[in-house]
Design a protein around this ligand. Structure first.
Ligand code: PEP
Ligand code: MG
Length: 750
């Protein structure tokens, strides 16, 4: 059949008018997709609508795909071709969808056989309303004309859909997301992956802070027997917690040292266990005694204005659950969460560590205010985590089987056997990369030496760095022990942590970044709340304003780096003055340590991160002063483009291949090259395969990425010739529009 765009546009206009007589939005949308498919001679036409509150696109009507999945298929903004079209607010046309890195075929929807893909966003003013998707078996079926026609239709439809909502509101029946087509509760949810992996298990909710705990009571027991059972439960709890503490101490000492300490202290505290004993002596069952006292503490702690006290609320509840479980006899010494997937509304970093220590399969988080360190920690602890705001997922009863695909951000509720099986296979395949094959050193196709280092966050990552053959550490984010332990560790404590990291690298260079708090890495205990944290008291500013804290850290670093190839790196440097002030404090620390006769590294290299436009302007001076420079592209992109790296609403504008960013990267590389100052890049752009030729082309020879990215990156470097990379860079630097760079990078990826 032939396409007829003009007739189509006319026909949809008429359809919009017809809608006002209807009451069923699902039926209306179905008419729309069928009519469009017919006029466009398209095999498939579907409409996804955007649920702003849940931040997901939901399939609302389809012609040509499996209609049983209407209302169930969900995509995040930016996910798949359709999610990307809505995120970037532009039509996306793929001649061969199966070759597109964005294509994400949804299980059982039946789209694998359709090669041509046209996704057009439906928007009205600033509002994202949805996406219209056309698919066809024949490759390259849709042309620019088709995209324009669908855009015209989409804008007409947008007005109608908005009117529909208004009409429904006037009639007092505003459409609720779940009611639009009156289908069953969704079985597939879409979220944002925070930490990669696959998890499958029964759900368990990690409750709200003020939620009370419940338990089955063993009725009719006498006081003496009750007291005996309670004491036994206390003893077991103590043994279990001590075992857990010892187990995690080995791997996670820097962030988990004494992490169960408050549980153990509370167990011994007479106010706590004593109050329970007294309740039992008054004839209350041990279970009820635990619940009563725990709830009293939960209320007390959760109402506290002090975040340190609030943070203990979950500890008390954990302890209550443990005691009740011990009383019921089904305690698990290994911890509570094996074979389970946790659902949590919000989480402190310390809670994440405690949870991870108890080895759940995965975690689903609801809170949108989750800060970067939760994601980073979860990645370090290899815990798959997805962020999903949909309340319907969080209202599932405990024990519901959940499968998390935390690569894609998909959550399956009660998945069918074939879905579980398919993921099992994926999991097995993913485990098959033998570390033995990873080369120690990396050279490009034309034999240029490229040094690949690791970004690490906690000590545990240093092992992954070694296993993946990092040539050293290019960035150690030293703030995690501070954030997780919710305190400023002493010089001695820090020394032990840093020493462990540095010695584990067997003499390879180790770049320790000094404390970079503020921005999205808030220290809970500073009680510091700023309107613009990214423009506030961050990184080196915090350290220079708190020389005592800075000194403790520098002394600990110098001592820990004794005999090692130690590099110290200053974050958020905005001026030569700041660099000099930090250098002065470092020199003082060195001479103090010498005077005190304490062994330390007396000649560490001091480098600066290039993360701010002001540092770029001063890069000539900085590259003469600093022993090395490292580009923190995560922040540099943010400050160059004025786009908050943590704000999803402007996420589509956070583009590390923006022409302005490319030019700045080049300027920094040239300046560092002229001053013969070693330069590396440690932001996420370093791990982007498509950016790799550009980075090598402008002269970067040292890249630092997450350990698990190393094997892939090493492999990719070997396939690039630096000579060719130079001409790629020249070409990319010639572009003035983001679109041109994007098209160039995408064409290259094919
Ligand atoms: C960066 O800004 O690129 C960087 C590596 O530092 P962080 O992500 O810790 O701010
Ligand atoms: Mg940074």
């Amino acid at each position: 059949m032939k396409k007829n765009n003009v007739e189509l546009i006319w026909s949809i206009g008429e359809l919009s008018g017809l809608f006002e007589k209807r009451t069923n939005m699902g039926g209306f949308l179905q008419d729309v997709v069928e009519r469009i498919a017919h006029h466009m001679a398209s095999d498939v036409c579907s409409v996804y609508l955007y649920d702003e509150e849940a931040d997901t696109l939901v399939l609302r009507a389809t012609y040509g795909l499996n209609r049983e999945l209407v209302g169930q298929v969900q995509l995040r903004l930016g996910e798949g071709i359709s999610g990307s079209a809505l995120k970037e607010l532009r039509p996306i046309r793929e001649a061969r969808a199966s070759r597109s890195p964005r294509f994400k075929p949804i299980p059982n929807l039946g789209e694998e056989r359709y090669e041509s893909f046209l996704a057009v966003p439906i928007k009205r003013g600033l509002n994202r309303i949805g996406v219209m998707v056309l698919q066809h078996q024949r490759p390259d079926f849709f042309d620019v004309q088709d995209a324009r026609a669908i855009q015209a239709i989409a804008s007409q439809l947008a007005a109608t859909l908005e009117n529909v909502e208004i009409l429904m509101e006037i009639h007092g029946s505003r459409a609720q997301p779940g009611e639009v087509t009156r289908e069953a509760e969704p079985r597939v949810f879409s979220g944002r992956p925070l930490s990669e992996g696959i998890a499958f298990g029964g759900s368990v909710s990690f409750g709200q802070r003020t939620e009370l705990i419940h338990a089955e009571h063993a009725a009719g027991s006498d006081v003496e027997h009750g007291l005996e059972r309670f004491r036994a439960a206390l003893r077991s709890a103590q043994e279990q917690l001590e075992t857990l503490q010892v187990e995690i101490e080995d791997d996670f000492a820097d962030v988990a040292s004494l992490i169960f300490n408050s549980h153990l202290l509370m167990l011994k505290d007479d106010e706590f266990s004593g109050a329970m004993t007294r309740e039992i002596e008054n004839g209350v069952s041990p279970e009820q005694a635990v619940i009563t006292v725990v709830n009293r503490y939960v209320t007390l702690f959760s109402q506290s204005k002090n975040s340190r006290v609030q943070e203990k609320t979950q500890d008390v509840k954990d302890l209550g659950h443990r005691l009740v479980r011990n009383l019921s006899g089904d305690a698990d010494v290994e911890g509570d969460y094996r074979d389970q997937v946790l659902l949590a509304t919000e989480l402190y970093p310390s809670e994440l560590v405690k949870i991870a220590a108890q080895q759940p399969e995965g975690l689903i988080l609801q809170d949108g205010g989750v800060t970067a360190h939760i994601a980073v920690l979860a990645r370090s602890m290899a815990l798959p985590v997805v962020l999903c705001r949909d309340d319907r997922l969080f209202s599932q009863p405990d024990g519901t089987r959940l499968l998390i695909d935390a690569f894609e951000g998909t959550i399956y509720v009660k998945p069918e056997a074939d879905v579980v099986e398919r993921y099992r296979e994926n999991l097995e395949a993913a485990k098959k990369t033998p570390a033995a094959d990873i080369p120690e050193i990396t050279v490009s196709l034309d034999k240029e030496r490229i040094q690949l280092l690791a970004n690490i966050n906690i000590f545990h990552d240093a092992r992954a760095a070694q296993a993946n053959k990092a040539e050293g550490i290019g960035l150690y984010r030293s703030e995690f022990p501070f954030i997780v332990q919710n305190t400023f560790p002493s010089e001695e404590e820090q020394y032990r942590i840093y020493r462990q990291v540095i010695t584990s690298m067997d003499g390879k260079p180790v770049t320790m970044r000094t404390l970079d708090v503020g921005g999205d890495k808030i220290l809970p205990h500073t009680e510091l709340r700023e309107t613009n944290p990214f423009l506030g008291f961050r990184g080196i500013r915090f350290c220079l304003a708190h020389p005592d804290i800075f000194r403790d850290q520098l002394r600990a670093l110098l001592r820990a780096g004794e005999g090692a190839d130690l590099r110290l790196m200053l974050p958020m440097i905005s001026s030569v003055d700041e660099f000099d002030s930090a250098l002065e404090i470092l020199n003082q620390c060195r001479s103090e340590l010498s005077h005190e006769g304490i062994a330390h590294n007396s000649q560490p290299q001091l480098g600066a991160m290039i993360e701010l436009p002001s540092a770029v302007e001063m890069v000539h001076a900085l590259s003469r002063k600093a022993a090395f420079l490292s580009i923190g592209s995560n922040d540099l992109v943010m400050y160059m483009l004025g786009v908050d790296r943590a704000n999803e609403r402007v996420g589509h504008m956070y583009i590390h291949y923006h022409p302005a960013v490319l030019r700045v990267l080049k300027r920094v590389a040239v300046a560092a090259g002229r001053a013969r100052c070693p330069l590396s890049i440690c932001g996420d752009a370093a791990a982007d395969e498509k950016m790799l030729p550009f980075l090598l082309g402008i002269g970067l020879r040292v890249l630092s990425v997450e350990p698990r990215q190393l094997p892939r990156l090493k492999q990719q470097v070997t396939q690039i010739s630096v000579r060719d990379a130079r001409s790629v860079a020249r070409k990319m630097l010639g572009f003035e529009r983001v679109e041109q760079v994007r098209n160039y990078l995408e064409a290259d990826a094919r």
